[in-house]
Design a protein around this ligand. Structure first.
Ligand code: 5GP
Length: 214
């Protein structure tokens, strides 16, 4: 069956794809993703679980499922996570049921996760699209982190250190995937949208687990 044919069953003709967006904390992933989601249909953002403390503006179940560590670890044992990782002493994880359900419904699912998560997804799903969003410079990243006024000095320093480590691993993890720079929200959103549109036309013929395999 080709990608454009309509399936005779109730299942959609095309399975959704995982679109993994990573990049240092403070680079502006959320703003760019929100801009793109306004323009494309059949695209959703996965809500992760985390043990991190909720920030003032964040809403439980909307920004994250906020769990205590005990509950998070119980969910790990139950196999509830598609992937999970520890970042700056907190656990973050993508819910397996969200991934399975949305892809089956033909929805492309954006995972806004760290580079450890991107590595796991790359291994678990060879059809996943990986995108790393880098800041124009480390100085600009530091400025954006400080502007958010949500972090302590210690957390800012820790996040900058993690960012440098992540950026050193980019060429290995994202080889044959995508690297975009967030100079300005609008131009970065254009780049991200172009990637998603192009990836929607990519043909996978005989690969198990592929969008075109129906
Ligand atoms: P923040 O605390 O700033 O919301 O997120 C910290 C880091 O955790 C960011 O790089 C974010 O992309 C990542 N993150 C958020 N959710 C997940 C997840 O479900 N899995 C993984 N591996 N990383 C996540």
């Amino acid at each position: 069956m080709s990608v454009t044919q309509v399936s005779k069953s109730n299942a959609p003709a095309r399975k959704g794809r995982l679109i993994v967006i990573s990049g240092p904390s403070g680079v502006g992933k959320g703003t760019v993703v929100a801009a793109v989601m306004n323009n494309l249909k059949d695209l959703e953002l996965s809500v992760s679980a985390t043990t991190r403390t909720r920030r003032n503006h964040e809403v439980d179940e909307v920004d994250y499922h906020f769990l205590n560590r005990e509950l998070f670890e119980a969910e790990i044992r139950l196999g509830s996570f598609y992937e999970y990782a520890e970042y700056n002493k907190n656990l973050y994880g993508t819910l397996r049921k969200t991934v399975e359900n949305r892809l089956l419904c033909g929805i492309d699912l954006i995972l806004e996760i760290d580079i450890q998560g991107a590595r796991s997804v790359k291994r678990l799903d060879p059809t996943a699209v990986l995108i790393y969003m880098q800041p124009p410079s480390m100085q600009e990243l530091e400025r954006r982190l400080r502007d958010r006024k949500t972090e302590t000095e210690e957390t800012i320093q820790e996040r900058l250190r993690i960012a440098s480590e992540e950026m050193a691993a980019v060429s290995e993890v994202y080889d044959r995937h995508y690297l975009i720079t967030n100079n300005h929200v609008d131009s970065c959103a254009v780049d991200l949208e172009a990637i998603i549109r192009a990836e929607r036309s990519r043909l996978f013929t005989n690969r198990p687990n592929s969008p075109a395999a129906g």
